[in-house]
Design a protein around this ligand. Structure first.
Ligand code: TRP
Length: 334
């Protein structure tokens, strides 16, 4: 084999804030698996970002390790992609400081996520919450990232990262690659099971989402209780039948059956069967991931070594960019 050719760089950050659910799995994890063959990927567990709201230390520690194990269990390859904790790579915080000096109060005040979070956490509107997008820009720019796959809610953050890069480059040419957003068009938008007009979210009640680590019993129960409608017809119609359509989407995507043939196969069947099939395919999808997750999480040595080794690889790449930045800025580097 010849030298592996350099591929474009992809960066993604996920907060270690508890259970990954079916919606995350379908929109993020599954697509990451495909991306891994086309890009040099970094998957960062953004534990520093998580500190912008209060965290229970033991929970944060556990969630971070579990998220790493889950990434690997879902099939990402830690020998190829760099799966690491943001706090293990000090360059993130260092570059964030520099970029703070290239970011305006005005543009940060316009961020909708800041305004939302400030409303939700009135008693803790800290400066970290305000400069969150700057740390995110640092995450991305440190690795000369080409592509950032994000949901629509992160689009504004990505735009500010680009603006910061362009502004910096205008003064110090050739410093940063300007990243392109890859807004994930939600081919399969997964809605809440208890309120199918809303997106599935882990901050909602337990019954509204299925977590990747839920046991088969729990998954089956949550699907049984899924809200549908008062008709009996199984038909794909997200406007008028959001609950049924959501179950159909899950079944179609996870079962690899196109919607049309799925709907005709289920014609005349009851909602009970639809729910049961959706539950079964979800259980089957998660089973191997859960199995692998349990192996990984009980192998503390392997996890520790893998995360240390991956952080080392990230530090090497990040160090290169940061040194270039320091030099351009005129920070004396003996
Ligand atoms: N802000 C992102 C979110 O809440 C997480 C994140 C942090 C991120 N740094 C990133 C996403 C860099 C993409 C790239 O979902």
């Amino acid at each position: 084999m010849s030298e592996p050719t350099r591929r474009p760089v992809l960066f993604s950050g996920i907060q270690p804030s508890g259970s990954i659910h079916l919606g995350n799995y379908m929109s993020a994890m599954r697509s990451f698996l495909r991306l891994e063959s086309d890009y040099d990927c970094l998957f960062s567990i953004v534990d520093l970002h998580a500190l912008t709201v209060r965290q229970e230390p033991a929970t944060l520690r556990r969630n971070s390790l579990e998220l790493a194990a889950l990434y690997i269990a879902a099939g990402l390859n830690p020998e190829r992609s760099i799966i690491y904790c943001q706090s293990h790579v000090p360059q993130h915080a260092e570059l964030a400081w520099i970029l703070n000096c290239f970011t305006y109060m005005g543009e940060l005040s316009r961020m909708t996520q800041f305004k939302d979070k400030a409303r939700q956490h009135k008693d803790n509107i800290n400066a970290g919450l305000f400069t969150y997008p700057v740390l995110m820009a640092a995450d991305i720019l440190l690795y000369q990232t080409d592509v950032v796959p994000v949901g629509a809610d992160q689009k504004q953050h990505l735009e500010i990262a680009r603006d910061i890069a362009l502004r910096f480059n205008a003064i110090h040419p050739g410093t940063f690659k300007v990243p392109e957003p890859d807004i994930q068009e939600e081919t399969a938008k997964i809605q809440s099971l208890s309120d199918p007009m809303k997106k599935m979210s882990k901050s909602d009640q337990e019954d509204s989402f299925v977590a990747v680590l839920d046991s088969p019993d729990v998954i089956a129960r949550k699907f049984r209780r899924a809200v549908t409608d008062s008709e009996t017809e199984i038909r794909y119609d997200p406007e008028n039948k959001p609950g049924v359509s959501n179950l159909l989407t899950i079944l179609s995507v996870l079962g690899g059956e196109d919607m049309e043939s799925l709907v005709s196969r289920l014609a005349g069947h009851g909602y009970g069967e639809l729910k049961q099939e959706a539950a079964e395919v979800t259980i089957e999808t998660f089973k191997p991931i859960q199995q692998r997750f349990r192996e990984l999480i009980s192998d503390k040595d392997y996890m520790a070594k893998t995360l240390q080794n991956n952080a080392e690889r990230a530090r090497t790449l990040a160090g290169r960019t940061l040194r270039r930045v320091y030099k351009k800025l005129g920070l004396y580097q003996p």
